[in-house]
Design a protein around this ligand. Structure first.
Ligand SMILES: [Zn+2]
Ligand SMILES: [Zn+2]
Length: 351
């Protein structure tokens, strides 16, 4: 079958690889109907998060149709339209039982990032024609008839990531929330903050096109290179500072900057994948009683409530899709997504 495979920085290739089969009784094999490229796939592509292995199939955001079902899978049947959790849990270890599927003792046995689909050979990804998903009763979810494949595609990772960020940020009715970043995760974090009742969502991004879209989404917008961010945030929050800041870019220095923008008792919630150490202005944390939260998403925890918000018309993450390309053009799709050219926000790949 055809798959996009990793061969080092800026080297994704379309290759013919063996089609997956059910290996364990708890596995399913899906025929992938759509996949998409994530900002964290770009960490591989840019070489910021290099993998010691090469040749594995990439991609962790996908939807498909169940084609083969292991004998111990109880919740799925052949022909079901499904989305997957990008982060795999076993469902039975003590960490999974606490909802921390991303830290699963069983699926991370090969290393801390081995349980994200498409980041190594342990669990090859979904930018392919087919994929094997382990512990299917825990990690694969049926898509209701009134939710489209393109909406469900976002439930694999970035919508729960954005919602968890708003949850960690304690966004509630009347909150003033700053969101660093208007890329895919930032845009959905803005939407999730709005759905949770934020009075004001302040979006910051140097990309003018993305900033303009945030304005259309109902956010107040700040261009960080043309405006004084602190001054504008104070103006927009009655001089007090924001209740919370969501970091949705993945840059360590924004976590430090966030501390300046918060009111006393405020919260920094990190959604971006930061691969460097963070230098914290501890005096501000001490004097303002700030809280810092973050973590790898557990999409399983949020699947039911986010499906309900989509079904109720409160969220439509498919608004982010700007490009659709055949899987065969996947390598070019990486170049496009990395370049920010042509207003790209989310590229959907169709096998
Ligand atoms: Zn992702
Ligand atoms: Zn587990």
């Amino acid at each position: 079958m055809q798959a996009i495979t990793y061969h080092g920085a800026r080297d994704m290739r379309l290759q013919d690889v063996p089609a997956p089969e059910v290996e364990a009784a708890t596995d399913v094999v899906l025929r992938v109907t759509r996949s998409t490229i994530c900002g964290s796939d770009l960490h591989l592509w840019h070489g910021a998060m290099p993998s010691p292995e090469t040749g594995f199939t990439v991609g962790h955001e996908l939807v498909g149709v169940v084609e083969e079902v292991g004998s111990a899978v109880h919740t799925l049947a052949t022909g079901d339209r499904v989305f997957v959790s990008a982060v795999l849990g076993c469902g039975s270890c003590p960490r999974c039982r606490r909802g921390l599927y991303s830290a699963c003792a069983v699926t991370t046995a090969g290393g801390t990032r081995s349980n994200v689909l498409g980041f190594g050979s342990a669990y090859p990804g979904g930018q392919a024609e087919r994929i094997r998903v382990p512990f299917a009763d825990v990690n694969v979810f049926a898509i209701p008839d009134d939710v489209t494949d393109e909406q469900a595609l976002f439930l694999t990772d970035i919508l729960p990531t954005a919602y968890m960020a708003a949850d960690f940020a304690r966004v509630e009715a009347g909150s003033h929330v700053v969101v660093f970043g208007c890329g895919p995760v930032g845009a959905l974090a803005q939407r999730c903050a709005q759905v949770r009742g934020a009075a004001r969502v302040i979006a910051i991004d140097p990309d003018e096109g993305r900033l303009a879209l945030a304005g259309k989404r109902g956010c107040d917008v700040i261009h960080p290179e043309k405006e004084n961010v602190l001054q504008r945030v104070l103006e927009l929050t009655g001089g007090e500072g924001a209740d919370s800041v969501i970091e949705a870019v993945g840059r360590a220095e924004l976590v430090s900057q966030a501390a300046l923008l918060l009111r006393a008792g405020g919260v920094i919630s990190v959604a971006g994948v930061i691969v460097a150490n963070v230098d914290l202005p501890w005096a501000l944390f001490l004097l303002k009683n700030l809280t810092l939260r973050g973590g790898l998403v557990n999409p399983q925890q949020y699947a039911a409530q986010l499906l309900a918000l989509i079904q109720g018309g409160r969220l439509d993450p498919s608004e982010l899709i700007t490009h659709r390309m055949p899987l065969a053009e996947g390598a070019a799709a990486y170049e496009l997504f990395a370049s920010h050219a042509d207003g790209v926000l989310k590229v959907v790949l169709e096998p």
